[in-house]
Design a protein around this ligand. Structure first.
Ligand SMILES: C[S@@+](CC[C@H](N)C(=O)[O-])C[C@H]1O[C@@H](n2cnc3c(N)ncnc32)[C@H](O)[C@@H]1O
Length: 272
């Protein structure tokens, strides 16, 4: 990535209260906010991280959006996985370079893109989405963020509850209203030793998902956790927890596919 900002790319302007403004740079254009005007030409060719001043004297920091800002900072029709959970899912499900991942549903494409980054060019992601308009919106978001639909991503319009064609997958990622309805498809798709992840906003969904895995058999190491993210303000001598926090978003549920139609649930809590 170039050190300097170029016409055509999307940047974020951060104002003095921390508000972020997404701007696509175009030669000759102006961007106007309550604290004044910025000429795009004052940013094009300047290094990322430059601070520019509006004609009213307000200072704005210009940076490229992070991955988390790119995938969650856009208008959307369905709830993406929160950035605080995306990283934990990648580690918890051990999404590694070269892994072959099956996902449902695609939604906004946020989890899809996080998985693509983690598997790298030698891995692959197949993502099912039941609603055509969501699949189209996710395709646009992916092209916008990654420049194209990468050759190692297959987007499928389909109902994952009805079953999937994929076999010998390393990982299955489920973010669906009723993940237990995808348990049988997961069982056929995962290779022995593979990992399934399900995002469950409610604990009743966790219970039903895990009960279904137990009933089907062929799964073990059933685990669930949640992450609460408490930010801190760090301004001068003011060092304290923020007034607001990202508390409950969903329970992150994991299990491993066994080689036999068995069950394996250790009694201790273990540790992740
Ligand atoms: C909460 S969203 C997924 C969000 C996604 N993880 C993200 O990060 O943007 C749930 C998605 O599952 C899709 N869906 C629901 N039932 C489905 C099914 N049976 N098969 C495939 N997709 C389904 C919905 O249309 C919706 O887009």
């Amino acid at each position: 990535m170039s050190r300097t900002l170029a016409g055509g790319e999307v940047i974020v302007l951060v104002d003095k209260v921390g508000r972020r403004h997404r701007v696509r740079l175009q030669a000759g254009e102006r961007y106007s906010i309550h604290s004044g005007l910025i000429q795009h030409d004052d940013l094009i060719g300047r290094p990322e991280g430059v601070v520019v001043t509006t004609q009213l004297g307000a200072r704005l920091l210009a940076v490229r959006p992070t991955f988390a800002e790119q995938v969650t900072g856009r208008r959307r029709q369905t709830q993406p996985i929160y950035p605080k959970d995306l990283g934990a899912i990648m580690m918890g499900a051990d999404i590694h370079p070269g892994a072959h991942v099956l996902e449902a549903g695609t939604g906004t494409g946020a989890l899809t893109m996080a998985a693509l980054r983690a598997v790298g060019p030698s891995g692959s992601v197949v993502s099912y989405e039941a609603r055509e308009e969501f699949l189209e919106a996710a395709t646009r978001a992916i092209v916008d963020t990654m420049g194209q639909v990468p050759p190692n991503l297959t987007l499928k319009l389909g109902d994952v509850y009805a079953g999937v064609d994929e076999r010998e997958m390393d990982r299955v990622l489920l973010d669906l209203p009723e993940p237990w309805q995808a348990a049988a498809a997961t069982r056929s798709a995962l290779r022995p030793g593979g990992i399934v992840f399900a995002h469950c906003p409610n604990v009743s969904q966790v219970q039903r998902f895990f009960d279904c895995l137990r009933e089907l058999r062929g799964f073990g190491m059933l685990e669930a956790f949640e992450l609460l993210q408490r930010g801190w303000t760090v301004r001068g001598r003011s060092m304290r927890p923020s007034h607001r926090m990202v508390a409950h978003t969903g329970f992150l549920c994991f299990a491993r596919r066994l080689a036999e139609d068995d069950l394996f649930e250790p009694e201790g809590e273990g540790f992740r």
